[in-house]
Design a protein around this ligand. Structure first.
Ligand code: CUA
Length: 367
């Protein structure tokens, strides 16, 4: 019989200690709710997201109990039935075809799943309920930006959703091209925006967001080249702040009559209106010009971001965008079919510096 080598006691104890410490650290790190993570679904900021969070933790702790039971049973079996000196010829009892065991380990998981199905299905139905008197917003997914319409206020905007705090908001969603998915993790779960279909999503925010620090969301369904650059920004206002925002958005954009902005208005009508719309006040006449295939630019100057909320609305960024948008964001404008209303991005129009300066002056005017 050969003498078996084992790890000496103190070293073994030290290894066990290190393993325990590392394991505990990992566990604690994953448990901590890190408010620095902008898209943390485990850090809900409203009741809809909290329902999902509650369900997640319930399932998590049930899973932890099962894990501990299985792990303890496994560890005990490994220790209890370990090979001892003289065991080399030991016959292991075979369990194949043990009906009682097989029924048992089929029934236990089935019962567990049935138990978990109760709160899961209840949550699914609870999330789908439309609250009374909710603020209605229509959402349209586009390659690669989001369009919002507030029917009761006559407002159309893009990428940045503005909502009042502690108010039910009911999104009615669809898409013009491919399937997108609307996901603001701190407010609710994902909901697909599907062409020729209507889907619904509830939002409710507990807290007002700082003016330049909106909640972050993301298109969560792969939708082509700029899927990753199709962001969602949610600005949560107090009652007065939201009323102010609505009032500002309801004003028509001024049509300038002199200076670079007036030249920009000419360029806008020659180039931009093929895809972009704007509601303007033209010497007292309120009219909407242009096609609404790309973001409505009436209040472009008031937005913090543009192009799928991928870029900050700074003079440098807007200049570079007008210079050549295709180098800033992956798009496929060569596939644009204006007659069919299909837009896959903004082409490079080869604008000169004067035209760019004019458009920038116009867009800055359009708060
Ligand atoms: Cu839209 Cu991904």
């Amino acid at each position: 019989m050969t003498k078996r080598t084992t790890t000496p006691g103190p070293l073994r104890r030290r290894l066990a200690l290190v393993a325990t410490a590392v394991g505990t650290a990992l566990l604690l790190a994953s448990c901590g709710s890190d408010t620095e993570l902008p898209q943390n679904t485990l850090d809900p900021e409203g009741p809809w997201a909290r329902k999902i969070d509650d369900l997640w933790w319930l399932v998590f702790w049930i899973a932890v109990v099962i894990f501990v039971l299985v792990a303890v049973a496994l560890a005990y079996s490994i220790w209890k039935f370990r090979e001892r000196p003289g065991d080399e010829d030991r016959k292991i009892r075979q369990l194949h075809g043990n009906t009682r065991l097989e029924i048992l380990w089929t029934i236990i998981p089935a019962v567990l799943l049935a138990v978990l199905a109760v709160p899961t299905v209840a949550t699914v139905f609870a999330l789908a309920e439309e609250p009374p008197d909710a603020l209605q917003v229509s959402v349209v997914g586009h390659q690669w930006w989001w369009e919002y319409e507030y029917p009761e206020f006559g407002i159309v905007t893009a990428n940045e959703l503005h909502i009042p705090v502690e108010t039910e908001v009911y999104l009615t969603m669809t898409s013009t091209d491919v399937i997108h998915s609307y996901w603001v993790p701190k407010l609710n779960g994902k909901m697909d925006a599907v062409p020729n279909r209507t889907s619904f999503l509830n939002l409710y925010a507990d807290n007002v967001t700082p003016p330049d620090d909106p909640l972050l969301g993301q298109c969560a369904e792969f939708c082509g080249l700029s899927h990753a650059n199709m962001l969602i920004k949610v600005y949560v206002h107090d009652e007065q702040g939201f009323a102010d925002w609505v009032a500002a958005q309801q004003r028509a954009a001024p049509v300038p009559t002199e200076g670079p902005a007036a030249a920009g208005w000419e360029t806008f009508n020659l180039v931009c209106t093929a895809c972009h719309a704007a509601t303007v006040d033209n010497a007292g006449t309120i009219e909407t010009v242009g096609q609404q295939l790309a973001p409505n630019l009436t209040h472009f100057g008031s937005r913090q971001y543009f192009a799928g909320a991928w870029f900050l609305n700074t003079p440098d960024n807007v200049h570079d965008w007008l210079r050549d948008p295709t180098v800033m964001k992956p798009m496929a404008p060569q596939l644009n079919d204006l007659a069919a209303g299909r837009i896959l991005g903004m082409p490079n129009f080869g604008l000169d510096e004067e035209e760019i300066a004019g458009l920038q002056a116009l867009l800055e005017l359009w708060q």
